[in-house]
Design a protein around this ligand. Structure first.
Ligand SMILES: *Cc1c(COP(=O)(O)O)cnc(C)c1O
Length: 407
C-alpha cells in the first residue's frame, strides 16, 4: 500500500469480517459483483497510479488537506483545560466528508471500465456527492431516494438534478433510506456489467465497510500528522459523530495502533434513549443483520428493524458499520449518545466561540465534548471531526430555535 493513501491499519479478514461482524449476508446473485469489486479495489490500492490520481483530485478538486484548527475559545468553555483541535471536513468541496468516498469510488468505477453509477441516499448528502463525482467523470448517474425523503430534502433533489443525475423515487416500505438501498441493490444486480454501486457509508456488505474506511482514512492520516506538527505529540482523544460510521472510522483508523489515543464515537440519542426515539444502534441496539452485514442494529424483541429518529438526517439510520461494532466489543473505542437538544447546544457553542456553524451531524460530536473532556486528564489534546457544514440545516434549525436564534 502506498504511504499516501489508506489507513496504516489492518482491514477485515478474508471473509470480510471485523471480529465477528461484517460479512456478506446477500443473495447469491450479488456475490459475483461483490467479488469483482473487492478484487478491483485491492488492485487499485496496490497501484501507485490510482493513489496518484486520487490524491491529485483530493488536493485540487476537494481542497485537501483540510485544516486542523486549534479551537482555543471553544477549549476554554470545556473542562480539564483541554486543547481542542477541529478537523475541518466542512471545508471540503460540497461541504462534507462524503466527497472523499464518492470520488474514490467514481475513480474505481472508471478503472473497472464501467460508465454508470448508482447510489442510495437518505438526506440527499451522499446523493449530491455521488452526482458531483459523476458529473466530474462524465458518468451516467441514478440515485434512489425514498418518497418521504424526497419531500423532506427537496433542495438536495434539485441539486442532484442540476448536476445531471436522475433521481428515482422509491415508494416501497417506509419510503425512506432502507427502501432506497434495497432498490439500488436490485438495480445493481441487473446492471452490474456497466454499473458501479457507490454506497455512502462504512456499512453494508463487504467490501464496502473496508473500501469506505480506506477512502475516508485520509481524514485521520492528515489529522495525525497535523496534530503531531502542532503539539509535538499524539492527542489523548479523537472524537467523531457516528451515523453509518464513515467519518468516524476515517478519523479513527490511523490512530487505532496508537494505544494512548482514546477513540470516542457519538451517536444520536434523539429525544432520549428512554423514549425509543433515537438512532443509537451501538448504545441501545444488539447484533443483527441489516443491509448484508452483521452489526449492531436497532430492533424489537422479534428482530424487526426499528425506525431510527434523529434531528439530523445524516445520523438517522438504524444500523452502523461493522468495524464500529468490533471496536465497541473490544473496548478500543467508546461510544456515547447525544440528544437532539445537546446537539443544538453544540451547534450554538461552536458557532459562538469559533465562528464555525457545523452540520447537525457534526454538532453531536461537539455536544458530547463536555462529557468526554470531563473524563480526560488535565491539559488533554482532543481532535474532533467537523464532518460537514451547517448551511444545509439552517432552515430546519431556524424553525426549531425561532427567528431570534433562541430555542
Ligand atoms: C452523512 C453525514 C454524516 C453521517 O455519516 P457517517 O457515515 O457516519 O460519517 C455525518 N456528518 C455529515 C456532515 C454527513 O453528511
Amino acid at each position: 500500500m502506498a504511504a499516501t493513501t489508506g489507513s496504516r491499519t489492518g482491514g477485515p479478514d478474508a471473509l470480510g469480517r471485523f471480529g465477528s461482524y461484517g460479512g456478506q449476508y446477500v443473495p447469491e446473485t450479488v456475490m459475483p459483483a461483490l467479488r469483482e469489486l473487492e478484487d478491483a479495489f485491492a488492485a487499485a490500492l496496490a497501484d501507485p497510479a490510482f493513489h496518484g490520481e486520487l490524491n491529485g483530485l483530493l488536493r485540487d478538486y476537494v481542497g485537501r488537506p483540510t485544516p486542523l484548527w486549534h479551537a482555543s475559545r471553544l477549549s476554554s468553555r470545556l473542562p480539564q483545560g483541554v486543547r481542542v483541535y477541529l478537523k475541518r471536513e466542512d471545508l471540503c468541496h460540497t461541504g462534507a466528508h462524503k466527497i472523499n468516498n464518492a470520488l474514490g469510488q467514481a475513480l474505481l468505477c472508471r478503472r473497472m471500465g464501467k460508465t454508470r453509477v448508482i447510489a442510495e441516499t437518505g438526506a440527499g448528502q451522499h446523493g449530491v456527492a455521488t452526482a458531483t463525482a459523476a458529473a466530474l467523470f462524465g458518468l451516467s448517474c441514478r440515485v434512489y431516494m425514498g418518497r418521504q425523503d424526497m419531500e423532506r430534502q427537496a433542495l438536495n433533489v434539485f441539486r442532484m438534478r442540476l448536476l445531471g443525475t436522475e433521481v428515482v423515487q422509491v415508494d416501497a416500505g417506509t419510503a425512506t433510506l432502507k427502501d432506497a438501498l434495497g432498490e439500488a441493490i436490485r438495480d445493481w444486480v441487473a446492471s452490474v456489467e456497466t454499473t458501479h454501486y457507490i454506497l455512502g457509508t462504512a456499512a453494508g456488505m463487504h467490501p464496502y465497510p473496508w473500501m469506505v474506511r480506506e477512502l475516508q482514512a485520509v481524514i485521520g492520516r492528515e489529522a495525525r500528522a497535523q496534530v503531531l506538527e502542532a503539539e509535538r505529540r499524539l492527542p489523548e482523544a479523537a472524537v467523531a459523530c457516528v451515523g453509518g460510521g464513515s467519518n468516524a472510522i476515517g478519523l479513527f483508523a490511523p490512530f487505532i495502533p496508537d494505544a494512548g489515543v482514546r477513540l470516542f464515537g457519538v451517536e444520536a440519542a434523539g429525544h432520549g434513549l428512554h423514549t425509543g426515539m433515537h438512532a443509537a444502534s451501538l448504545t441501545a441496539g444488539r447484533p443483527g443483520v441489516l443491509h448484508g452485514s452483521l452489526s449492531y442494529v436497532l430492533q424489537d424483541a422479534d428482530g424487526q428493524v426499528l425506525n431510527a429518529h434523529s434531528i439530523s438526517a445524516g445520523l438517522d439510520y438504524p444500523g452502523v458499520g461493522p468495524e464500529h461494532s468490533a471496536l465497541k466489543d473490544t473496548g478500543r473505542a467508546t461510544y456515547l449518545a447525544c440528544t437532539d437538544a445537546q446537539a443544538l447546544e453544540g451547534m450554538r457553542l461552536l458557532a459562538e466561540t469559533e465562528g464555525i456553524i457545523p452540520a447537525l451531524e457534526s454538532a453531536h460530536a461537539v455536544g458530547a465534548l463536555p462529557e468526554i473532556c470531563a473524563g480526560l486528564p488535565e491539559g488533554a489534546v482532543v481532535v474532533v471531526c467537523v464532518s460537514g457544514r451547517g448551511d444545509k440545516d439552517m432552515p430546519q434549525v431556524a424553525r426549531i430555535m425561532g427567528g431570534g436564534g433562541k430555542p
